[in-house]
Design a protein around this ligand. Structure first.
Ligand code: 13P
Length: 247
């Protein structure tokens, strides 16, 4: 069985006081031991959030694949670890679209994470025009093949995948549970093809894109949806905890 996960991607929101208050509230309110809860605050706050977190895995929204050196503005895995960060997102659609992160770069990040034995959530998802043309499965499969499916089975088993259709992110327009289930089932079938059925059962596939306390229950009840990567609704403790409790 794949692990159930609810992860909050705070993006470029909140200041230090807000961040500490949010992690404290969620730590207090959440009592679900069967759900792995994660938070991805702005990197600047990872140390503080990690030290306040109780039963929550804290990580970064991004990192660079090099170990150290002249890479102004970037963060290395070892630096993230040194302040309590245990995991990172890789390839969020905002990194791909706004910061022009290529499949080639994402593959290097995946390899760097695996080499460092550092956990990650690999994000994928199609833009609106691809969905409208009906090519979403080809598009998402190509993203996975370009930067994730090259891993050997042992390394691949450590990954978590987040399917986030770009047209559903921050738009209030969530994928229907049928649309989510269809893509998640397709992703799992590609894992069976590439690796095997046991591997496919173990890897968590999260849905992201306008997931909130009102629609999480329906999305999480899909057989191939193992949880959510939550943006806007992860910034309020009550909403985020209600999403965790949707399982
Ligand atoms: P929203 O939940 O705000 O749509 O964001 C989803 C997302 O991008 C999480 O990574």
């Amino acid at each position: 069985m794949a692990r159930k996960i609810v992860a909050g991607n705070w993006k470029m929101n909140l200041n230090l006081n807000d961040a500490k208050a949010l992690v404290q509230q969620v730590s207090q309110q959440n009592n679900r031991e069967d759900v792995t809860v994660m938070m991805f605050p702005p990197a600047l706050f990872v140390a503080d959030v990690a030290s306040e977190a109780n039963g929550i895995k804290v990580g970064t929204q991004n990192f660079y694949f090099e170990e150290k050196g002249a890479f102004t503005g970037e963060l290395a895995i070892d630096q993230i670890r040194s302040v309590g960060g245990e995991i990172s997102l890789i390839g969020h659609s905002e990194r791909r679209a706004i910061f022009a992160e290529s499949d080639e770069l994402l593959k290097r990040k995946v390899d760097a994470a695996v080499d460092a034995d550092f956990d990650f959530i690999f994000c994928c998802g199609e833009p609106l025009e691809i969905r409208e043309a009906g090519n979403q499965e080809t598009y998402v499969k190509a993203q996975l093949e370009a930067a994730l499916f090259h891993l050997p089975k042992d390394a691949f088993l450590k990954s978590v995948i987040a399917y986030e259709p770009v047209w559903a992110i921050g738009t209030g327009k969530t994928a229907s549970s049928d649309q989510a289930e269809e893509m998640h089932a397709a992703i799992r079938s590609w894992i069976v093809e590439k690796y095997d059925a046991t591997t496919a059962e173990k890897v968590s596939i999260l849905y992201g894109g306008s997931c909130n306390e009102n629609n999480a229950r329906e999305l999480f009840s899909c057989p191939n949806v193992d949880g959510g990567l939550i943006g806007g609704a992860s910034l309020k403790a009550d909403a985020f905890c209600a999403i965790i409790d949707s399982f």
